[in-house]
Design a binder for this molecule. Sequence first.
Ligand SMILES: Cc1cc2nc3c(=O)[nH]c(=O)nc-3n(C[C@H](O)[C@H](O)[C@H](O)COP(=O)(O)OP(=O)(O)OC[C@H]3O[C@@H](n4cnc5c(N)ncnc54)[C@H](O)[C@@H]3O)c2cc1C
Length: 428
Amino acid sequence: MCKLSHRAINQLGQLLETSVIIIGAGPAGAGTSFFLSKYEIPHIVIEKEVFPRDKVCGDACSGKTALVINRADPAWLSEILADPAGFMPSWGITFVAPNRKPLDIPFSPNRTPQTKAPGFTVSRLVFDDFLFRKMASPYCTILQGTTLSSIDDTAGRVTVKAACNGVYYEITAPVIVGADGDKSTVRKKYLNAETSPKTYAVGLRAYYEGVTGLHKDNFIELHFLPQMLPGYLWIFPLPNGMANVGVGILSERIRKKKINLREQMLDVIKNDPLLAPRFANARLVGKIQGCGLPLALDRKPLSGDNFLLTGDAGCLIDPFSGEGIGNALYSGMLAAAAIKEAGEKGNYSAAFLKTAYDDVVYKRLGDEFKVSAALQRLCKYPWLFNFVVNKARKSPSLSNTISSMFTNMDLREQLSKPSFYLKILFNK
Ligand SMILES: Cc1cc2nc3c(=O)[nH]c(=O)nc-3n(C[C@H](O)[C@H](O)[C@H](O)COP(=O)(O)OP(=O)(O)OC[C@H]3O[C@@H](n4cnc5c(N)ncnc54)[C@H](O)[C@@H]3O)c2cc1C
């Protein structure tokens, strides 16, 4: 179905002109749109699905997601926190080491009743529809249920041809934003780049009802099982007695070890001594579904003449945690700022966009990606993981330090340095 939301276009079948074309209305597209609307820049969003639509994901949103939403409009974050039927506040993480010893890491160890939860879980069906509806603005036109047929660029203008219910659109703009996810058409058109199994992970997601033993403060659980390292199995509690359960592993490992991910996940749920009793009366709701995760393991280009890539289209998923929603929204926010600057200068060249966008994204997120890449490499050593968890279980101060690492990037960087482990070894 094609729906022209928010603003009627009466030139159906004719050439439409706008300032920015966005392909994709997920978190990256929504993040770009929110801030373009703030800057009063007209834009057209082309989305192939019709909302509400599902997206295979772990459904966990971190503080970065909350930060961007709060910057877009603080009232939206209050709306989220006031909707327990849709959104579940999360207060921490339980890491389960390869030796199956758990370590609880609260996000806010000294919280008061006034403290806002730093993160939350929400099904993507609900969350992406929430974001989609918030895109409504006089500057935003959404064409959903629309098939993109071509992207061409000539003389500094991009032309997109798209069809919706037998109606053809030709839309031109000086710049296009690829917010079209993992299999981005915009990325393929401009960078012609294949993803490498070294920097790409595959994930499976299942919804279960009736999983027992979930943390009373809705901690998300990451189980680093030896057969999955450097990936993990997760259990994320959701509202209404549901849980999002899944696994994510590097493609390279899946290929090398010829892993059948679905079988491995079901085997763990059925036979792992910690998990099996918790799933004894749980029921799988719907199908187990898979999707790819393009990881930010190297610095890839994010723009060029007249185009920018955001979210998964730019391969911006955290290589350790698998977090991509916050980075999608955040990169969308930065893309809008870069487009504003480019528009003011009338310069959408590769050189300008690299400085205004790529450099800014990597300046803000680059250190985080490097630390996460180092942590991902360390996860290949199960004994190291076991050692840190064993020590932290006995030492409240080490446990507090690790807890602070989730909110303090400088502290988190310590985790990727050998000196951190030597200090633990010698109890310094
Ligand atoms: C198994 C799994 C678990 C994950 N768990 C988490 C998690 O717990 N927390 C987290 O933060 N991240 C997680 N991620 C990553 C997260 O899902 C992504 O990083 C995030 O969805 C990226 O947002 P996006 O807007 O870039 O892309 P998407 O959410 O994929 O949105 C892209 C949009 O573009 C549309 N589109 C695609 N092609 C076209 C086209 N040709 N024309 C028009 N529209 C198009 C799509 O329909 C879609 O609506 C997980 C990923 C996977 C696979």
